[in-house]
Design a protein around this ligand. Sequence first.
Ligand SMILES: [Zn+2]
Length: 354
Amino acid sequence: MKIGVNCGHTVSGAGYGAVGIIRESDHTRLVGRELMRLMQAAGAQVTDCTIDHACSQNEYLEKAVKLANNEELDWFISIHFNASKAHAGQGAEVYTYKGRQYPDAVCVCKNLENLGFRNRGVKEGTGLYVVRKTKAKSMLIEVCFCDNQQDVNTYKAAGGAGGIAEAIFKGFCKHVDVPGAGETPIMGTSVASADQLNALLLSGNLQAEDYLHLAEIFLEEGEKEGVRGDGAFCQSLIETGYFRFGGDVKPCQHNYAGIGATGGVPGNSFPDARTGVRAQIQHLKAYASTEPLVQECVDPRYKYVAKGCAPTFEQLAGKWAVLGYSGYASLEAARLANDTYGHKIVKLLEKTIV
Ligand SMILES: [Zn+2]
């Protein structure tokens, strides 16, 4: 999924936005950049189609469309704030080509309405240059009226740019295949209980009695860092072959996710089970989040991870697990079959809770 985002208007001179109680050009950037961050975190490829300077309004529009049309985008989204003569206009609206009622556009309006704005609906936007000239499906979002006090109050109460970006993102990714949408976040509260996790373990290895104390530790350590401990446990089932080991890592290393182990290298060792689990949880958090650790870092490889590069289990494929697939010609093929390293973790997780 490739998405172009245009933060509406330039930062000064020709093409500058409306000036109400708040300045449109400032807030299109705040909302648009946050939207891009959310989409990138979800795994979408994002192209910034924002133009800061132009000699004329036309040049600004042409430049933005050129950026968009340079890429094979699936969607083009332009962020704006409205204004009206008597400062009485209120509410959110979305413009599309020929006023097409794309479910995503309808949902963006609905989500903005849920924040307290009047819902002005999805409207005919063929007259708008960026809607008409972009090759991709496009929507131009007028978040609210920047010159209306009530709208500005609602905007602030909704969390400002962050709240708006989230509402747009959620409305949007409900309907399109943004990779992270519909996937299982690594951060969150465990759903499976220790008993359910152990039942899963025994279903794959009847000789695993020596490891039945671990599930509880995974749940406890996960909770401390805000990581799905149940998901981490399922990851360990895959990494250790249901605690049969037999790969490069030996049971006495207390390393249940192959941290530091690569083809013949035994990887890191931890003094006890709890420390090993804690390191795994911290390593997962490094992939999933840019938030700092709650506990002291015991993961020797924490520092090497690009923080937040894989917010969902599905996205660990090709990152935590370098190849991330087996039995397929490519990672892309495994992804299409929903059968990457991360999908396998999620499938196990689903097994525990049915
Ligand atoms: Zn505008």
